[in-house]
Design a binder for this molecule. Structure first.
Ligand SMILES: Nc1nc2c(ncn2[C@@H]2O[C@H](COP(=O)(O)OP(=O)(O)OP(=O)(O)O)[C@@H](O)[C@H]2O)c(=O)[nH]1
Length: 351
């Protein structure tokens, strides 16, 4: 029987830098053949598009499978396990499988899925890498509800002070075998060290915490962890239930996927001035508290496609490739907490 294929789960909140880290890994894979399962919460497959554009030998286009059907953790039976099975049945089996979860996924249901009989004998979890946007943590994006914490102190009662963001963040940290404190360039040496020390305290004992800029870590650090995690499966299950009193995982996942967050796609005509458009995007994000916005834009008079990436207040744009045979369209995916004013956001981005 052939050896089990190791699989690495790369998780972390929206915009933390998962795709950037994976891209660096593929470009420096040192002869490994890697298959990728990329899951996005939004309806537009931006990450898969970007990774396909790498054109590296380590991961060919047919080795990338996109799952854009909501959060992977909510569709384990329908999407994740069958996709993994199909990969394992290929004749040219990859050396390693990397799974990029959506930024809103709880990694725990995925880790458990590796025990399913359909795949258990053929694949094993090599490690869970949690990528953290160091700057967003420093800015307090994943902090508990401060007012609730104060009320709890005053009332000396058990008041729920989690927010949807703090809950997800804690789950992703609790499941990690390795934590990458990314965006170290935006933190400074002292800030990065302070945050690493804090996360070391919050993670399970022995979890490696490493700083990175643009996810630039050697492939042998990220892959081949040899699974501290396998032995920790039980600890993880407990972590999950500690964070969620709800014993019905499926019910919880359903709630998490569909109630706390929402996403939609905005389509508009060509952009005339990319710098002015980036400013409009930044203003719209601020006005509507959008968590993540990304996509591609057609710019008047330019054959190249403009990639647009926004995480909180930071907006990056760059031309990545010509449109070629693809339609010259501007399509942006917007993700935020439930209750976004879709009409107003679409109008602002289309102005
Ligand atoms: N300054 C800085 N920007 C970074 C770093 N890593 C990633 N970014 C930028 O952050 C943005 C989001 O990066 P992605 O790699 O797409 O993040 P992601 O976690 O895959 O995002 P989702 O899949 O949407 O959750 C992009 O504009 C990246 O260029 C970093 O270390 N420093």
């Amino acid at each position: 029987m052939p050896a089990k294929i190791p699989a690495t789960i790369v998780t972390g909140f929206l915009g933390a830098g998962k795709t950037t880290l994976i891209r660096h890994m593929l470009e420096n894979a040192q002869g490994r053949r890697i298959a990728l399962i990329v899951n996005e919460f939004g309806d537009l497959g931006v990450d898969g598009e970007i990774l396909r554009g790498c054109g590296v030998e380590s991961c060919r286009d047919e080795d990338i499978v996109e799952l854009s059907n909501g959060c992977i953790c909510c569709t384990v039976a329908e999407d994740f396990v069958p996709t993994l099975e199909a990969l394992l049945e290929r004749e040219d089996r990859p050396d390693h499988i990397v799974i990029e979860t959506s930024g809103l996924a709880l990694p725990q249901p995925l880790v458990r899925a590796f025990n399913w009989p359909a795949i258990a004998g053929r694949v094993t979890v090599d490690g869970v890498v949690t990528v953290v946007d160091g700057k967003a943590v420093e800015e307090g994006r994943f902090a508990h509800d401060v007012a609730a914490v104060d009320r709890q102190r005053a009332a000396d009662e058990n008041i729920d002070h989690e927010t949807p963001l703090s809950e997800l963040f804690e789950d992703q940290i609790a499941c990690a075998d390795m934590i990458v404190v990314n965006k170290a360039d935006l933190l400074g040496a002292e800030g990065a060290e302070a945050l690493s020390a804090r996360l070391r305290g919050e993670a399970r004992p022995g979890v490696q915490v490493i700083r990175a800029t643009k996810g630039a870590l050697p492939v042998e650090v990220l892959l081949g962890q040899g699974r501290a995690a396998e032995g920790d499966a039980e600890a993880r299950a407990e972590i999950h239930h500690h964070h969620h009193d709800d014993d019905e995982d499926h019910e919880h996942e359903h709630e998490h996927g569909h109630d706390d967050f929402e996403t939609f796609v905005v389509e508009r005509g060509e952009v005339t001035d990319p710098a002015a458009f980036a400013q409009v995007v930044a203003d719209t994000i601020r006005a509507h508290d959008i968590l993540r916005l990304k996509g591609f834009a057609a710019v008047q008079g330019k054959p190249m496609r403009l990639t647009l990436q926004a995480v909180g207040p930071r907006v990056d744009t760059h031309y990545d490739r010509p449109f070629g045979a693809d339609p010259r369209a501007t399509r942006l995916v917007v993700i935020g907490e439930a209750g976004l004013d879709r009409e107003a956001i679409a109008a602002a981005l289309s102005a």
